[in-house]
Design a protein around this ligand. Sequence first.
Ligand code: TRP
Length: 468
Amino acid sequence: MSTSSSTGAEGVMEGSNAKRGHWSSRLAFILAATGSAVGLGNVWKFPYITGENGGGAFVLVYLLCIAAVGLPIMMAEVMIGRRGGRSPVNSLRLIVERDSLGRFWPIVGIIGVIAAFLILSFYSVIGGWAVSYVGTAASGELVGKDADAIGAIFSGLVSDPGTLLLWHTVFMALVMLVVARGVSSGLERAVSILMPALFVLLLVAVGYAMTTGHFGEAAAFLFQPDFSKLTTEGVLTALGHAFFTLSLGMAVMMAYGSYLPKNVSIAKTSITVSVIDTVVALLAGLAIFPVVFANGLEPGAGPGLIFQTLPYAFGQMPMGSLFGALFFILLIFAAWTSGISLLEPLVEWLEEQKGMNRTVSTLGAGIACWALGIASILSLNLWSDVFPLGMFSAFEGKTIFDLLDYLTANILLPLGGLLVAIFAGWIISRQALENELNLSAGGFALWYNTLRFVTPVAVAVVFIYNLA
Ligand code: TRP
């Protein structure tokens, strides 16, 4: 996150917070938050879980979760961060101490640190896939290949632990490099160029998808709900993904909010970030599913879905090797900015609580996370039929990789989000919230009631259904 001592007009530092600096503007915050939010969750995870969960009805529930759960919680996280003005754990501590609200709440920050660490361990493995595909596309290997040959390239990659380890290491090193140096304003500038570029290349892929003759079928798959295909686990996955894709439930947005100038509207900025994130995910879906249907592929193919479809599309279009390589470079970049926001909380926590310097804490946290990632790598090949919690029916057939994903996205993030909603909706005083958000009366009432009633009930009901 940027502590740039503000070049923009809005960045004039205020009050007690002078030392920490502020985002140079509302735009800078949007860029950084979008950099965290838009990542593999949008381009890799959203399409594959949509395919696995039958399409339209799942997408509808996901969109509802973004609007009724994700957005209100994002506003709450940004608000708590700005009010506390510190790192998440300390912001929570400060707010509860100032108003004597009890000692329990900083646990939200702790859950976040743990969830972030677990997510990054497998996120980096998938980031590594993207790294490997840059070379695959650039070498011209994809040109004119049929879907089977493209599928074989992917199977070859995931069945080879050595290659996976190499690219996982490269990705983790990229993340550690930036975090060790302190997240700088250079990143902000890079996001502002590369994110729009990723958007344009997704449009190119959608453009190709329109020529396949199966675009209508794909649009129907994505947008015509068929509720008979939706399971209770699908609803939980949609809810969990709303947290995952918006980077919620683990205090990342709190950390960013602590740098936001007081005169910026939290509601407007949060809406902007949520809309951009959602549009990117839907575009990825529109690029991928026409290729799936045109080639008789399986929508529920799982985590490899985008790596079995987009490379095919790039292999068919003019200048595909160039576009393909560029696309994967930009995907790496999107994953990189997200990965940074996943490593940062633990590093910051080690610095604050354990007094380590940044280089040491980055090395320690990064290497530990890298090592855990090896378990995810092996569960794609040598350990592909190791199901550590297979004795519980809920975890039947789940590899270590699947379990890490499930535990974080479907349990820890919604739990963290639920606590944030309760904390902001029921513990902080209404007066303080009104001051911080500065909304119209109607806007405030809408947010407040959603956060107090709709959000916690939705999360709790989905949880209970899945336990039962
Ligand atoms: N939102 C990112 C994505 O969609 C992943 C991510 C980054 C994340 N930071 C996070 C998820 C914090 C949860 C919490 O790829």
